[in-house]
Design a protein around this ligand. Structure first.
Ligand SMILES: [Zn+2]
Length: 432
């Protein structure tokens, strides 16, 4: 009886029951889904906090940065070893260890411009300096390395084994000698040397025309990777000006290597006409309106305009009798060449390394760099030649010519010249 009553009730309300059921299912499933989601989030956050997972993550991040890295520096004006250490990501204790170990070596107090220094770091916490490499010359460096006793450094001297290779280059001068040479891959110091050996006879401003050409044979020194680490002597050079050859050959005399023309005449003169390479003569010797003072004044020197930092050469062998600030002349240098000749170089940006009063210099040696110090309106070199105490026009100077090889020396020179000419044809044919 009761059973049929219930059946009847169900039958009468079937739609209502189905609806209630549907509502229940949908509410339950939504809740269940929210709960599931929450659980999943909790699981994820749990796993993120999990030490093992964190370790793995750290391991991944750490592996992105290699354990050992190099920090390389090229020394600039005013750099000190301490300054380099400050730039490294190491703690103070580490810097102290390095300083206490290396301070007894004078070389860390004698850093020079352009010198390469590198640090090898072990990036395991805390970061440690495990090797310091200090370049002395292109072929020699000192390497300080940390020993097993972690607070000590030992050092070794490394000499690179270099292979000599002679190269031939030829180029047309379109814009300037310098850009023409750079375009065919000639190293800047070779170009400076080239300008030096022609500097006695060629006025680079007036004598070189567009489409003039030059040829050069010089020594290079390569490391095991065929990389040019250094350059040596210019063995042969030929500046072809308006179709006229000007060959120069290297020859060893009792004074060392010198360059001679094809007739055995030394290119060397007592003084150079232009002690700077790539400059433009901007104001010559004589009366002129002074650019700063504004009134007419005798200009007792020659001005060469050149970019700041252009190297200035000693015009002849001699002794530096002044290398200091001289008022209107700014930083200036005076060289006494002999009892007759003296030269002055003014407005320099700075002096070359090791240039000081009392020091002897060789002709062509770099003594300083073009600047605009003192009474000057822009970067230029003011150059003076003084003969017996009197300032003369350097551009009109008749200089005693160089020596001519004679006798046995001349015969040896002729043999050496033939060899260089043969070398030249060999190098040219091997290029083609
Ligand atoms: Zn001047």
């Amino acid at each position: 009886m009761i059973k049929s009553k219930i059946n009847k009730l169900i039958k009468n309300n079937i739609y209502l029951i189905i609806l209630a059921l549907l509502v229940f299912i949908s509410v339950f499933s939504t809740n269940y889904f929210l709960l599931y989601k929450k659980n999943q989030e909790l699981k994820l956050s749990n796993s993120l906090e999990n030490i093992f997972f964190n370790k793995t993550l750290n391991e991944i991040i750490k592996n992105l940065k290699p354990r050992f890295t190099y920090e390389e520096f090229r020394i600039k004006e005013g750099d000190t070893f301490e300054k380099l250490l400050r730039e490294l990501n190491v703690n103070q204790n580490e810097k102290d260890i390095v300083i206490s170990n290396l301070s007894k070596f004078k070389l860390i107090n004698k850093l020079f411009k352009g010198q390469n220094i590198s640090f090898r770091l072990d990036n395991n916490n805390p970061v440690k300096i495990i090797e310091i490499s200090i370049e002395q010359t292109k072929t020699k460096k000192y390497v300080f390395y940390r020993t097993d006793n972690l607070n000590k450094f030992e050092y070794k001297e490394i000499d690179k084994d270099l292979r000599r290779k002679v190269v031939f280059k030829e180029a047309e001068i379109i814009n300037s000698l310098y850009s023409g040479a750079i375009n065919v891959g000639i190293q800047p110091n070779v170009i400076i040397d080239f300008a030096r050996i022609y500097g006695f006879q060629i006025d680079f401003q007036r004598d070189i025309w567009k489409n003039d050409r030059f040829q050069i044979i010089y020594e290079t020194f390569l490391d095991a990777n065929q990389k040019v680490l250094d350059t040596g002597n210019i063995l042969y050079a030929n500046l072809i000006l308006q179709g006229k050859k000007n060959d120069l050959y290297i020859f060893k005399t009792k004074d060392g290597f010198e360059h001679f023309d094809a007739a055995g005449k030394s290119i060397k003169k007592s003084l150079m006409k232009t002690p700077i390479n790539g400059a433009r003569l901007s104001s010559s010797f004589g009366m002129r309106k002074h650019p700063i003072l504004g009134y007419n004044k005798m200009h007792r020197g020659t001005d060469f305009a050149a970019p700041e930092g252009t190297p200035i050469m000693a015009s002849g062998d001699g002794k530096i009798i002044r290398a200091r600030w001289c008022g209107g002349g700014g930083n200036c240098i005076k060289i006494r060449h002999n009892s007759t000749y003296e030269t002055v170089y003014a407005h320099l940006k700075n002096f070359a390394r090791g240039i000081k009063e009392g020091k002897r210099v060789k002709q062509g040696q770099i003594i300083g760099y073009v600047g605009s110090t003192g009474m000057s309106t822009g970067p230029h070199l003011h150059y003076e030649v003084i003969i017996n105490g009197k300032k003369v026009n350097s551009q009109k100077l008749k200089l005693p010519s160089g020596k001519i090889l004679k006798g046995k020396e001349r015969k040896l020179f002729e043999v050496s010249k033939i060899k260089l000419n043969v070398l030249k044809s060999e190098l040219i044919s091997s290029q083609n």
